[in-house]
Design a protein around this ligand. Structure first.
Ligand code: UDP
Length: 479
């Protein structure tokens, strides 16, 4: 076991749950190795992080330190208290939010001056963090929050721009050099390559991030080698980058309390939720969630409700709504008809606990990387419904490379704005993913991957070793 009580790492996750949650887990992992870990965040996010850290205390020798810096959101043109992507009131303000995070550079550097960490693990979106690190002559490690497959696919598409050879959005093209002869369509091409006029500012932001990454010390990835070995090798060999797959980081949470309180506190009592699942047969419940950010329009929620009902499957469905009483976005009498059959969680679900329950047979997911990997770690196949960004690449990995997912076929992609996926497309995918031979096969494959995931984080497993290697390397250059 590596023990480095002298090494101090400062983690700075992007201000969104999909980045904060795995960073907390990663910081926990480093503390189990005796590294002093500090998470930097803003005041409002700090209270959430400290709760999540608090719940995990008994397992860890070292306490994770939390340092806060002010986020001048009003100065940047955001509403007061808008310190997390999930509180950005409209999509038009997303870019303002992204850009506003550059205002964190100064206070972050002040903190570096005071705290003297040996290394920073900063989010890919904080391009400026590479400069900050070099000012203080310390290594900057990048955390992307995605997988090797999507990183490689995006790099390869950026180099050769294969989408330029096809005319329509639905035409597929082979991604040159990418192992596995992967075919993609225009929806898989990252915004900064597609270079859309309307996303110019975003394009610039991502280009900066790419440049900063090339100058950084290396990349830490929440994935495990056995899951996507061809892409982990390709990433390191072809792009000449140092990369350490240390995941699934969620597996560092061992008890019910820890698992239930990752990120936000769940809206539903975790024991109630598990009790409900206990009444169901193995593999008979589908879990539906679109992550921490996506707010689907009411018309789409209605179609989902109809699709769930038509499929006849039992379900837990997480909806980002906090209203009480009868919901107008549900079909007439839906909740009454679904009593005992379906559970709607309005707000935040204890996702990891739900996925690990044997009653869960499949996960309807937007393919955010954390959700995808959590499904893998729990051995649950996916019904994929990506919405934006690299979620389309993650879907490819799940459905075609790992073969543990079926796609909701009517999902056309991010460029088809305003599109509403009909209930029948969901019903069809639910049937494929939940019952019959194909579902059974996917479940078996998913179970094997879950076994590999657990092995990876156990003593001498690939992720365990990668974490040790990373710590040793940092200790050798920093101490
Ligand atoms: N999550 C959760 N409960 C919810 C919604 C999300 O615990 O109700 C967690 C989920 O387990 C995952 C993270 O939030 O760890 C979402 O990250 P992901 O990359 O899947 O999607 P994003 O929210 O970034 O789009």
């Amino acid at each position: 076991n590596t023990s480095n009580p002298n090494l101090h790492i400062m983690f700075f996750p992007f201000l969104a749950y999909g980045h904060i949650i795995p960073t907390i887990d990663m910081a926990k992992l480093f503390t189990t190795k005796g590294v002093k870990s500090t998470i930097v965040t803003t005041p409002l996010n700090a209270s959430l992080i400290s709760k999540a850290v608090e719940k995990s205390k008994p397992n860890h020798h070292n306490v994770i330190q939390i340092q806060t810096i002010e986020f001048p959101c009003e100065e940047a043109g955001l509403p007061k208290g808008c310190e997390n992507m999930d509180s950005v009131p409209s999509q038009d303000l997303f870019i303002t939010f992204f850009k506003a995070t550059s205002l964190l550079q100064k206070p972050f550097e002040k903190l570096l001056l005071e705290q003297h960490p040996h290394c920073i693990v900063a989010d890919a979106f904080y391009s400026w963090a590479t400069d900050s690190a070099s000012k203080f002559k310390i290594p900057r490690i990048v955390f992307h929050g995605t997988c090797f497959f999507s990183l490689c696919a995006s790099e390869c598409m950026g180099l050769s721009e294969p989408h330029k050879n096809v005319s329509s959005d639905s035409d597929s093209f082979l991604v040159p050099r990418l192992p596995g002869e992967i075919k993609m369509t225009k929806k898989h091409v990252p915004a900064f390559i597609a270079n859309k006029e309307n996303s110019r500012e975003f394009v610039e932001l991502l280009e900066d991030a790419k440049e900063a990454q090339a100058k950084s010390y290396g990349v830490v990835v929440n994935s495990f080698y056995e899951l996507e070995s061809a892409y982990a090798d390709f990433y390191r060999d072809e792009f000449g980058r140092k990369a350490w797959p240390v995941g699934p980081v969620s597996l560092c949470n061992r008890n019910t309390r820890e698992k239930a309180n990752r990120g936000k506190e769940a809206t539903i009592d975790e024991f109630e939720c598990l009790k409900w699942l206990d009444t169901k047969k193995a593999n008979s419940v589908v879990y539906v969630s679109f992550g921490s950010l996506i707010n689907l329009p009411d018309s789409q929620l209605r179609e989902i409700a109809l699709g769930l009902e038509a499929s006849g499957q039992h379900f837990i469905w997480v909806v980002k709504k906090d209203e009480k009483g009868t919901a107008k976005w549900l079909p007439e009498g839906f909740e009454k008809r679904m009593e005992g059959k379906g559970l709607i969680i309005r707000g935040w679900a204890p996702q990891m606990l739900i996925l690990e329950h044997p009653a869960i047979g499949a996960f309807v997911t937007h393919c955010g990387w954390n959700s995808t990997l959590e499904a893998v770690a729990a051995g649950v196949p996916m019904i994929t419904w990506p919405i934006v960004a690299e979620q389309f690449c993650n879907e490819k990995l799940a459905t075609e490379v790992l073969e543990i997912g079926v796609a909701v076929e009517a999902v056309k992609g991010v460029r088809m704005e305003g599109e509403c996926v009909g209930w029948d497309a969901l019903e069809k995918a639910l049937k494929r993913g939940m019952v019959g031979e194909e579902a059974e096969e996917m479940r078996n494959k998913a179970k094997v991957l879950a076994w590999f995931a657990k092995q990876a984080v156990e003593e001498n497993g690939s992720s365990y070793s990668a974490l040790n290697d990373l710590i040793q390397e940092l200790a050798s250059i920093c101490l």
